[in-house]
Structure formats: C-alpha cells, structure tokens
Design a binder for this molecule. Sequence first.
Ligand code: GRF
Length: 202
Amino acid sequence: MLKARIAVLVSGGGTNLQAILDAQNSGVIKSGEVVLVISNHADAYALTRAKNAGVEGIYISKKELKTQEAFENAIIAALEEREIDLIVLAGFMSILSERFTARYDHRIINIHPSLIPSFCGQGFYGLKVHEAALAKGVKVTGATVHFVNEIPDGGEIIAQKAVEVQDGDTPEILQKRVMEQAEWIIFPQAVERIAYEISNSN
Ligand code: GRF
C-alpha cells in the first residue's frame, strides 16, 4: 500500500504542522507522508519547522503573482509536480477559490478552532474566533476538522472535539487550551484517517 503524499499549506507559526510531523514520528500517522510545505508568507516559522524535519518547504507569494488565479496556479503546479494526494490547510490564511477547491474535491482538509457551525465562516479566524466565543458566553467550544469546499468552513465535517471554557479565560488562554486539548489531537488523527482512505483507493 502506497502512502498518501501530503502537502501542508501554512501561513504562520505552524503548531498544527508540528503536531502532524510529530504524529508521523510517533506512528499515529502511518498511511501518509508530508512531502511538501507551502507557505504564503516568506517568514512563517512553519517553514523552519519543515526544514528541521527534512521536509521540502516553499514560499509562494500572492503579492508577486498579483492575482488569485496566478497564485493558485503556482500552488497547483507545485502540487502536481510532486503528485500530492492530500492537501492539509494548517493555519493557511488565504481563502481558496471554487476553481481550486472543486479541482481537489474531498482532497483538502482544514482545522477550525470552534465547534462548527458556531463561530465560523468569513471573518472568523485566529483570535477572533475565541473572542466571539467568549463574547457569546458559551461554556463549551472546541475544534473541527472538515473537508474544504467553496464555502468558508462549510465543507463536510470529519472530526470535532469539545473543550471547556473556564472563568477568567482570555482569547489567548482559550486559544491555547483549544489547541492543546483539541486541535493537536484530532487534526493528526483525521489526517491519518483520510490518508488511509486515499492510500486504499489509489
Ligand atoms: C489554528 O488555531 C487553526 O485552528 C487555525 O489557524 C491556527 C493555526 O495555528 N486554522 P498554527 O499555525 O498551526 O500554530
């Protein structure tokens, strides 16, 4: 059985990328292998994490390429060249067009730091998600792994995990708890599950 070839798209710190790389080392992920990391920010620490793990990392600049179409074409070319089977969005802060998502139907997954359908969609990213959860006063939040389609955070749900909100939480504290107790656990597990399905259908 051939391992699914995985590309991880990032923009920032890359703690979820790290969780995936660690899961590969510990054997949680065994049906796939991260062979490429693409960042749309040149200075993303995620690129350093890729380098440290011996994984190829590349920077694709939307600014230089100017249009969304040219940006996505450059990503597609990089993915095709390396025969990527599964695209993992791990803190990738750029919304992909329908042309892109339709091309990779059920081959793109994303992690979102809330229990979808709460606090998701356009404008809900980063700390804003946790600010909104605290403003609403929810007692439980969490994280969701889902397939990516043309609707932001609208694709089929793959996995969810709940996390308690505690008195005195700030958006930063809540963000950290959601990462530690949910994101870094369910994302690698979901990557394995989808990679397993892909590698068995190849
Ligand atoms: C995470 O909170 C993730 O849920 C969201 O973006 C953040 C990325 O963090 N999609 P990191 O770069 O993985 O540390």
